[in-house]
Design a protein around this ligand. Structure first.
Ligand code: PEP
Ligand code: MG
Length: 586
């Protein structure tokens, strides 16, 4: 009998093949004491393991080659960097010295501490960075245990065509090896949609479904499995009809992939001639490279929180060097740097958030720009780094969670002070650095005319705007059904923001997840959006929809729906927009 399982849809495409259950590569970590005289030896053993892990990753990055897998090599490179200077390294050695325990255990203790910090953050992206740390730690532990990690997947056949590997979890390095062996698709029991393994699978074009609880016990070795990466669906032991349908879908999805590739160099122009700007949300090197490869018009959202999660708050030079390397990769394309958006439960050891934890409603508390206006020293350090970067490329500065005009005025005063400090030091900056605000607070959206007078551009953060406008926590599964972009109130709010921004002549982008969700592309175009910023992996599919849309027709359909949303009983707004494209007269 056929069995259906669901997980995270992270890398589209259909794969059909035989199941191979990968050995669980989780390690049993035991604790034992060492004598004081053995501390030096244990620290050396730890360092050797790190070095062996580093070598293995570098060899892998070399082997997978630059052409198809630049992002892949880069993800591995980011793990190499994590090995070199993460907090884990320093603390593990200290733990060995202070607790007189074995390196494996010291490493495990550090991992648990870091993971509990990551888990307490409400930003899904940051939270899933914990998976990268786990993967790096696992690799070092396997080296420490002299496991067969230099030849992972020993038991897996060399050729994996028509094989779907089902594992507990996979590191990017392991995934790269499976890719070399021609794996048809991958399934893991753990791993989120924003993990590096997910990004890597998508950039290597490997259909993947992650986070399928219990997959290894529910699926049988050698059984037939259909993996529908676009839907996050697995069908084990399918019937003949289903199998036939998926064989056809697979052919179709391969054709679709080839057609997307051909879009890289093409412009995003709608059927009725509107040119759309497609930018990317990216911060790490792999994402920046992926954005360039996908042909993004620039980086519409460069989140900077990651800089603050690595220990002490980053100094001006550290930030500047990150911004400059992003600019170098972008090679003349604009970089919109968003200032620090921490606060509430996105706390870190680096900052003293003791006051904030007492807040009953952290999402409504002292976060983002509110926090930066409280700790102006921290904020001005970032403003100086952003200003200095603006001397070397097309930089714009974006402020998160703006609520009032007063806040923008305060930001401008601080920018003035930061400029004066740079003048004193004789350092260069762009005196015209454009200043933008994120529209995430409903009251700010409704006062857009006031804000527009003070800003050079706006960027709508739909992730937060929806949570505040619908009173539905963006991370709470229990109210996920209320978190709906098609709610008439949200549709009206977005149309209002985009219309008013147009009237005041300031550019408006949407940089929340909705911008990269192809279900909403036509709706956003119909509401007047002409600038999208999204994860680079989504860019070509969004471009494809734009190139197949007549915006005038979609606009008409949206207008009719907005006059009386309940009139369209049979069809949803999104269906009406699709139907509008089929009407005659093109
Ligand atoms: C948003 O809120 O839509 C946004 C892009 O910001 P973040 O997801 O970082 O809060
Ligand atoms: Mg936000």
């Amino acid at each position: 009998m056929s069995v259906k399982l669901e997980g995270h849809a992270v890398a589209p495409g259909v794969a059909i093949g035989r199941v191979h259950l990968a050995e669980s590569n989780e390690l049993e970590i035991g604790e034992f004491r060492i004598g004081r005289e053995d501390v030096g030896k244990e620290v050396r053993r730890y360092r050797n393991a790190v070095e062996a892990a580093r070598k293995q990753l570098l060899e892998l990055a070399d082997r997978i080659g630059p052409a198809v897998a630049a992002p892949a090599a880069d993800i591995i490179q980011s793990h190499v960097l994590m090995l070199a200077d993460s907090k884990i390294g320093k603390n593990t050695e200290e733990h060995i010295r202070n607790e007189l325990c074995n390196a494996e255990w010291a490493l495990q203790s550090q991992l648990e501490q870091i993971l509990s910090e990551f888990r307490s953050m409400d930003d899904e992206y940051i939270r899933t960075r914990g998976e990268d740390v786990t993967q790096v730690v696992r690799l070092i532990q396997s080296k420490l245990g002299e496991e067969a990690a230099s030849q992972p997947f020993e038991n897996i056949p060399d050729r994996l065509a028509d094989t779907l590997v089902v594992a507990s979890e996979l590191t990017p390095g392991e995934l790269a090896i499976l890719h070399e062996r021609g794996v048809a698709g991958i399934v893991t029991e753990h791993g989120g949609p924003n993990s590096h393994t997910a990004i890597l699978a998508s950039s290597l074009g490997i259909p993947a479904v992650l986070g399928v609880r219990g997959a290894r016990s529910l699926l049988e070795e050698d059984s037939t499995l259909i993996l529908d990466g676009g839907r996050g669906l697995l069908i084990a032991d399918p019937g003949q009809k289903t199998l036939q349908r998926y064989h056809e879908l697979r052919l179709e999805s391969e054709r679709f992939k080839r057609s997307l590739e051909s879009l890289r160099q093409r412009r995003a122009v709608s059927l009725d001639g509107h040119e759309i700007s497609l930018q990317a949300n990216a911060e790490r090197r792999d994402e920046l490279l992926q954005s360039v490869t996908a042909g993004a018009d620039g980086i519409g959202l460069y989140r900077t929180e990651f800089l603050y999660l690595q220990g002490a708050p980053p100094d001006e030079e550290t930030q500047l060097s990150e911004y400059l390397s992003a600019l170098e990769l972008l090679d003349g394309k604009p970089l919109i740097i968003r200032t620090l958006d921490l606060g509430a439960d996105k706390s870190t050891d680096a900052l003293d958030f003791s006051q904030l934890r007492r807040s009953a409603n952290p999402a409504l508390g002292l976060r983002a720009i509110r926090l930066c206006l409280r700790d102006t020293g921290l904020f001005k350090t970032q403003l100086r780094a952003v200003l200095r970067a603006s001397a070397s490329g097309r930089v714009r500065c974006l402020i998160p969670m703006i609520t009032s005009v007063q806040e923008i005025k305060l930001v401008k005063e601080l920018l003035g002070e930061a400029r004066a400090q740079l003048d004193e030091r004789g350092q260069q900056y762009d005196p015209e650095l454009p200043l933008g605000g994120m529209i995430e607070v409903p009251a700010a959206a409704l006062a857009i005319d006031e804000l527009a007078r003070e800003l050079d551009f706006i960027s709508v953060g739909t992730n937060d705007l929806l949570q505040y406008a619908l009173a539905a926590d963006r991370g709470d599964e229990q109210v996920a059904h209320l978190y709906d972009l098609q709610h008439p109130g949200i549709v009206r709010l977005l149309r209002y923001i985009l219309r008013e921004a147009g009237q005041f002549g300031i550019p408006a982008t949407i940089c929340g997840e909705a911008a990269g969700d192809t279900r909403y592309t036509r709706l956003l175009l119909a509401l007047g959006l002409r600038q999208f910023s999204m994860h680079p992996a989504r860019l070509l599919e969004v471009k494809q929809i734009i190139r197949e849309t007549r915006i005038d027709r979609a606009t008409e359909a949206a207008k009719r729906w907005l006059q009386d949303p309940s009139a369209a009983k049979e069809s949803s707004l999104l269906e009406l927009l699709d139907q509008s494209q089929e009407s005659s007269g093109s």
